[in-house]
Design a protein around this ligand. Structure first.
Ligand SMILES: C[S@@+](CC[C@H](N)C(=O)[O-])C[C@H]1O[C@@H](n2cnc3c(N)ncnc32)[C@H](O)[C@@H]1O
Length: 285
């Protein structure tokens, strides 16, 4: 589990964020098709850990092993840079997908307590900004069809896909079962364009993805374009991301401004860093 540490702090925050905004070239979306991970899972994953939240247990690759396996890719330098700057991400290059963030636990607990397994059965689900893919795997284990999206393709290849495979009990079922899943990298705008035109989701799950206000328009467009008529998106987030400016209130304001969606706070934390879950649905025309 991780909490946010940005390299934006002190009085220069706004300037730094503006500089970052101007220079970011967001990555194009690609569909990543599992192949070598299916054939070589046992040699790729030598150690696994358990994500545990209440009665929910989901196996996942030990993050340091996933890091080691992406050693040859360019992403390694970016992660090292993030660590050197005591930050959890480098905007537009690495968006923090190698860790399991605090609000993932909140959303899993909320789903367990409030959405019965029946809601997921045969549903089309999107885990948006999936990182390790815990939310999507939860839906997958409740018989949903799941699309996993993460900004960095290396995260999908070395962490998300192995994690899904780890949760398929029988080795001989891996190839068939993973066909219920799709994986896409890249920026949200480009991902929206890449998805088949008619694809809509019954449930969109997303955790710790609203820290950067400059991405709100893309996120909200995705919800408008990709939620089914009766679908719902669940956004788990900190109430306020210190030093970056994003947060639940700002996101709500942008939703209201957009005019096609409505949101309600369906869960709030008690004590500690304030966290919330927003439920977002389409406004009836
Ligand atoms: C802080 S991580 C959260 C990961 C995971 N949801 C969790 O709670 O553990 C933020 C995630 O949002 C995604 N993300 C952030 N900005 C993005 C962008 N502009 N386009 C696509 N994905 C983005 C990244 O994939 C990243 O994994």
């Amino acid at each position: 589990m991780s909490t946010f540490r940005f390299n934006f702090s002190g009085a220069d925050d706004d300037n730094k964020l503006d500089e970052t905004k101007e220079t970011i070239e967001w990555l194009e979306s690609e569909e990543i098709v599992p192949d070598k991970q299916i054939k070589n899972l046992d040699s790729i994953v030598t150690r696994a850990k358990m994500f545990a939240c209440g009665d929910v247990e989901i196996g996942h690759v030990v993050v340091s092993e996933a890091m080691a396996s992406i050693e040859e890719s360019g992403l390694k330098n970016v992660i090292e840079l993030a660590e050197k700057e005591h930050s959890d991400l480098v905007a537009g290059k690495y968006e923090g997908g190698l860790k399991i963030w605090e609000c993932t636990y909140d959303l899993i607990q909320y789903l367990e307590e409030n959405l019965t397994g029946m809601k997921f059965e045969n549903s089309n689900v999107l885990d948006l900004g999936c990182g390790a893919g815990i939310l999507g795997i939860y839906a997958f284990l409740h018989n949903s069809k799941v699309t996993f999206q993460d900004y960095n393709k290396e995260v999908l290849e070395h962490l998300t896909i192995p994690n899904v495979l780890l949760n398929i009990e029988e080795e001989e079922d891996r190839e068939k079962e993973i066909q219920r899943c799709k994986f896409y990298s890249g920026d949200w705008d480009s991902f929206n364009q890449k998805l088949p035109q008619s694809e809509v989701f019954d449930i969109i799950l997303t955790s710790e993805t609203i820290y950067n206000e400059s991405n709100y328009e893309k996120l909200i467009k995705l919800f408008v374009d990709r939620l089914s008529k009766d679908g719902a998106a669940y956004v788990a987030a900190k109430t306020y991301y210190f030093g970056v400016g994003g947060g639940v209130r700002q996101f709500e304001q942008n939703i209201t401004k957009n005019g096609h969606l409505t949101s309600t706070v369906c869960w709030k934390s008690e004590g500690g860093i304030q966290r919330e879950i927003l439920k977002i649905t389409k406004l009836t025309e």
